[in-house]
Ligand binder design. Structure first.
Ligand code: GLN
Length: 469
């Protein structure tokens, strides 16, 4: 088995054909973690014994011909996902010794589908960040060049998949935290429609923006995982009763006749010229395959970062209030400076006298952003933009400049404000470091995003380009 080129799709076939067992597969990943994670710091907790036990159980079921969709497939969980009996820290010292008593809904569903959990992944503490540097457990490094950041906040998720320490990983995306690290690490990341995947049992960041998704090597793998995690959940009132599609069904239909919108506000001054060029090349590839490119306008785009950085901290300040030293232990606050900054910003934005000027205004502009999207999707099927205006930056380059860090979210936060789904797909390298495009669709159109992503990936299978580790 060559774990560097292995995909979920392939491993499923191999396990069924008994080319290797799930225990052998799991051991290969555990070895790989031991070999490369000292350099990269993607894991906070490795659950070796539990993983081998789960793999043994999977092997027994495989022998009996059990057809569970992800039977014996290794996964690692962002440490924002509650895992029964396994420490869940949100990468913060506040929860350093917290052991949940139940599984998040998506963890439960993945377990039922037969996965083998390898451990819990590093991230920016409380998922606050765009670089992975805000973790209380040390920064995660980019596997393509360890002087650079892997993106964040799902830093460990993107790195563990890119460096072949797992076959797939789970993540959360409140302002870009799945899509941006996926693009910085040459892997595929989906932020589903708000409410498509249950938030129950995920440490809450900003509840009206939080989306639960995952990172894989290929588009097809991503669709396979969403087939399991998507759906209504009685424990999360924001998951609507919308039918879950088979996301692999129309994957290979191609893009002929599809209208792809190119929002002019996303190709602005200040965007790295090489990122712009790679995105335009990707668009040309899709055009050659029969898609039609249409220039469109999303006129309120310029307000998105400002709106996000009012609404998000307002919700953060409310959600973090439960870590007051009473409910989860610890008699003194050990919040890091980023969490403190957000608590203060949010408390200020919500305070009497300022509420109308900030929070209320931001909510009004949020509606305008949503209308921009609704209007655009009357004309086009999907839209394509860069994921990030720049390639991965150097470690510590932006840690002392929160505003510069916040601006790296410029192309991703809008989807969280509007609830639309976005898929990050690799499109090439800038000076040896990866870049991705963002495919955006109407609410609940994940199948369409996968179709476009698959068509591009088939032409340009960048997942085969691996870091030198
Ligand atoms: N980078 C954004 C922030 O710092 C997004 C975080 C996220 O999506 N969890 O808020």
């Amino acid at each position: 088995m060559d774990i560097k080129t292995l995909t979920i799709t392939q491993a499923k076939k191999d396990l069924k054909a008994k080319k290797y067992s799930s225990v052998e597969l799991t051991r290969a990943y555990l070895e790989r973690i031991k070999h490369v994670d000292k350099q990269l710091n993607a894991f906070i907790t490795v659950t070796e014994d539990e993983a081998l036990h789960m793999a043994e159980e999977a092997d027994k079921k495989l022998t009996k011909g059990n057809n569970a969709s992800l039977l014996g497939i290794p996964v690692a969980m962002k440490d924002m996902y509650l895992t029964k009996g396994t420490k869940t820290t949100a990468a913060s010292k506040v929860l350093e010794n917290f052991i949940p008593q139940y599984d998040a809904t998506s963890v439960k569903k993945l377990k039922e589908a037969g996965v083998v959990i390898l451990g819990k992944l590093n991230c920016d503490a409380w998922a606050h960040g765009s670089s992975g540097e805000n973790s209380d457990f040390g920064p995660t490094k980019n596997p393509f060049n360890s002087d650079y950041v892997p993106g964040g906040s799902s830093s460990g998720s993107a790195v563990s998949v890119a460096a072949d320490m797992t076959l797939f990983a789970t993540g959360t995306d409140t302002g870009g935290s799945i899509r941006q690290p996926a693009s910085f690490c040459n892997v595929v990341g989906l932020k589903p429609t708000y409410g498509r995947v249950s938030r129950f049992g995920i440490v809450a960041m900003a509840s009206s923006l939080d989306s639960v998704g995952h990172i894989t090597k290929t588009v097809e793998d991503n669709a396979l995982v969403l087939n399991i995690t998507a759906g209504q959940d009685n424990n999360d009132g924001t998951t609507p009763d919308v039918k879950v599609k088979d996301y692999t069904k129309n994957l290979k239909t191609g893009v002929k006749g599809l209208k792809i919108g190119v929002p002019k506000e996303y190709f602005i001054q200040g965007i790295n010229p090489k990122i712009k060029e790679l995105t335009e090349n990707a668009l040309k590839t899709l055009e050659k395959q029969g898609a039609q490119l249409v220039e469109i306008s999303l006129p309120h785009t310029k307000y998105a970062v400002a709106v996000y950085y009012i609404i998000m901290p307002s919700e953060v300040s409310s959600n973090l209030a439960r870590y007051d030293g009473i409910r989860y232990g610890r008699d003194r606050s050990t919040f890091g400076s980023e969490a403190k900054r957000r608590i203060m910003l949010g408390t200020f934005a919500l305070s009497a006298g300022y509420y109308d000027a900030y929070y209320n205004k931001a909510m009004q502009v949020r509606t305008l952003l949503r209308k921009d999207f609704e209007k655009a999707f009357e004309k086009v099927d999907v839209m394509i933009t860069p994921v990030s205006p720049t390639p991965p930056f150097k470690l510590e380059e932006k840690t002392n400049d929160p505003l510069a860090m916040y601006l790296s979210d410029i192309f991703t936060v809008t989807l969280n404000l509007t609830g639309n789904p976005g898929l990050s797909v690799p499109i090439g390298f800038v000076d040896g470091l990866p870049a991705g495009m963002q495919i955006i669709g109407p609410h609940f159109s994940e199948d369409l995003l996968y179709r476009v992503g698959y068509a591009y990936e088939k032409e340009n299978p960048l997942y085969l380009k691996k870091p030198n580790l």
